[in-house]
Design a protein around this ligand. Sequence first.
Ligand SMILES: [Zn+2]
Length: 440
Amino acid sequence: MPQQDSYFNRSLERLFPDELEQIQERKFKETIQRAYDRSPFYKETFKKLHLKLDDINRIEDLSKRNFFTTKEDLRGCFPFGAMAIPRNEIAELHATSGTTGTPTLGLHSAKDLDDWGQIAARALVMSGLTKDDVFQITPSLGMFSGGFGFYHGARKVGCTIVPASAGFSKRQIQFMIDFKTTMFSAIVSYAFRLAEVAKEDGLDLRKETSVRKGVFGSEIWTREKKKRITNLWDLDPFDIYGFTELYGPGVGNDCRVHDGLHIWQDYFLVEVVDPNTGEPVGPEEQGELVFTTLAKEAMPLIRYRSRDLSFLMDSKSCDCGRTHRRYKEILGRTDDMVKISGVNFWPSEIEAILLHEPDLGHEYRITISHAGSADKLLIEVEAKESLDETKASELARKVISDINNVALITPELRILPPNSLPRVEVGKAKRIYDEREDRD
Ligand SMILES: [Zn+2]
């Protein structure tokens, strides 16, 4: 029997492509008007560039001028320079962690929160959430936009919410057992952490909890990692996308087909550009995702550079019935590209090779340092179970050769005993340590 697809908003998720285009055209003009009239940051920027309202009718009018908004721009007008409504109409605000400098904010009016709930609800239903579920939120419900995105979406779906927030893994597992949680959301690495803590306590999550659905995001994750989550939790993992400056989780999500994430085109105009030149790339060519918000009141963003790399798929239809364009799962971030002795590679390429080995665990650490005049790449990865020396050195040789074939670099590889690398209880995992002072 064919699978019955469910939707949060059937008609809006299945609009015809030409209907979506008309909506985008209309909402784009409204966004430009709003930014032009109300956002001090955009008022100033447009003035500097001698751009009049009549000059901007289509996104191309901006792309041909290489017009972008960047994280640095938002930092430059922190906290409220990009606010386009009176301060007392801001209903909620979120902030990035700011570990690399001034944080950037997501400002929301009451309507923006309602919209966020709408897109997050569409994403959650796409991931299998129904009103009968008990849905546990394990990302932090705080300044980080992760937890609240799930919360606003789940409220709209009408399920039972367990707002556990981040950390306290043993308690999380107890909640799952006590409240009969059926679905949970997590930062990708936390799905592994919970499984580890359960194992230490002799619990098999597949048998002792009712969790059968999960939606994960916030970190780059490879297909190998998805397979491992499937095995650990006996569930089909869904990939959710979003970031604070837009809303948070819910901007995009992969459907049951698991071939790319649908992006809500009635809320965002998405383009792909060459990260170096800013020029639009060709069809299905890889580049940086650039977002223009189409409904944001409090903080409209125009051609905002996400630093996330992917490509837009050409196909305008999908077996799930949704018509909104799909982009491939994020391949990396422009800031994550590592250059070592003149060779560029993505950490995700290494992750894919490590996790392909059934005897290796999911925890790894990549350290780049200077060794004389050359760069040195050290990869430390945990074994899943303790390995004898012969097996470990055989495996290390194979993995080094696989990495050499794909990334053209020869790392030092250390296979560590299980549970020897530090674990992250709250927030995103850090896997790359660049000890060179002059990283470019
Ligand atoms: Zn689909």
